[in-house]
Design a binder for this molecule. Structure first.
Ligand code: ZN
Length: 271
């Protein structure tokens, strides 16, 4: 569907020296014509992880991991090939121009990009509200009671949705988002008989839900007011960037440890 021209991939590889890239993750020690380190992919006491600057490859003689600079980023960051290519293109300041996108496909890619931007801005908005808005004092009290400090709130992008029908909506319009983008984001609800919309999340503590690379793709809002009719939690609906069954909360912060320990403790709820 999407295609990055092979010349661009070669250009990206050439612009990302493997010693520099791996050396930016952990220190490498020079050993003759190669570099060595303790292998990040298996437990060991003496270094068998080798980086060869001439051949621009890495190789572990302990566990067999090895390959190009793209392979390293894929394995270390646990991302797919395209994400690794993009990361390294960004690092080298190379612009990727994709080929052979049908109009439908480019519309999809474009919408996805806009939805991610909306969610990043919304997370920022909710966070600003939590820290600055007078009306957020109940939310701040709640978080305090649950032992969640300001640092934790910042690290986990926890925020507050004000008790208003058009707070986030009007903020998003001010940021220049279009009507259909805002509606598709699911952060607003539409009225049945018109295309008007109102904020889906009101007077709630907002938990950002991220994909495994740490991008905000949805929210879960916990109720603050005692209201028997309202749901305790309201979640984002499914959107082009959010499929409920595909997401595990907190995975972007725990995936490396999960892989290293080969085990996981799964809990219900965000906190
Ligand atoms: Zn290894």
């Amino acid at each position: 569907m999407r295609r990055i021209p092979p010349e661009t991939i070669e250009q990206i590889a050439a612009a990302n020296d493997i010693v520099e890239v791996i050396g930016s993750y952990f220190p490498l020690r020079r050993a003759g014509s190669t570099y060595k380190a303790l292998c990040p992919f298996h437990q060991e006491k003496s270094p068998s992880f080798t980086v060869n600057p001439q051949r621009q490859i890495f190789k572990c003689f302990g566990c067999g991991a090895g390959g190009s600079v793209f392979r390293f980023v894929q394995d270390y960051e646990k991302v797919d090939f395209m994400s690794a290519v993009r990361k390294l293109a960004d690092r080298a300041g190379i612009r990727i121009v994709e080929e052979e996108l049908s109009p439908e496909d480019s519309a999809k890619v474009d919408m996805r990009r806009r939805l991610l931007a909306i969610h990043a801005d919304a997370a920022e908005f909710f966070q600003q509200q939590l820290f600055r808005a007078k009306s957020a004092h109940v939310a701040r009290e709640y978080l305090k009671k649950r032992g969640l400090t300001a640092d934790i709130a910042r690290a986990w992008k926890i925020g507050y949705a004000p008790d208003a029908w058009d707070a986030l909506g009007s903020f998003l319009r001010q940021q220049g988002y279009k009507h259909d983008e805002i509606v598709t984001s699911g952060l607003v609800s539409t009225r049945e008989d018109s295309d008007e919309y109102y904020d889906r999340f009101r007077n709630r503590v907002m938990f950002s839900i991220c994909n495994d690379t740490g991008e905000v793709i949805a929210f879960s809002g916990r109720i603050l007011a005692a209201d028997a009719k309202a749901a305790k939690y309201v979640n984002s609906p499914e959107t082009p960037i959010f499929t409920k069954g595909d997401v595990l909360f907190g995975l972007h912060r725990s995936k490396r440890a999960l892989i290293e320990k080969k085990s996981a403790i799964v809990c219900e709820g965000q906190i």
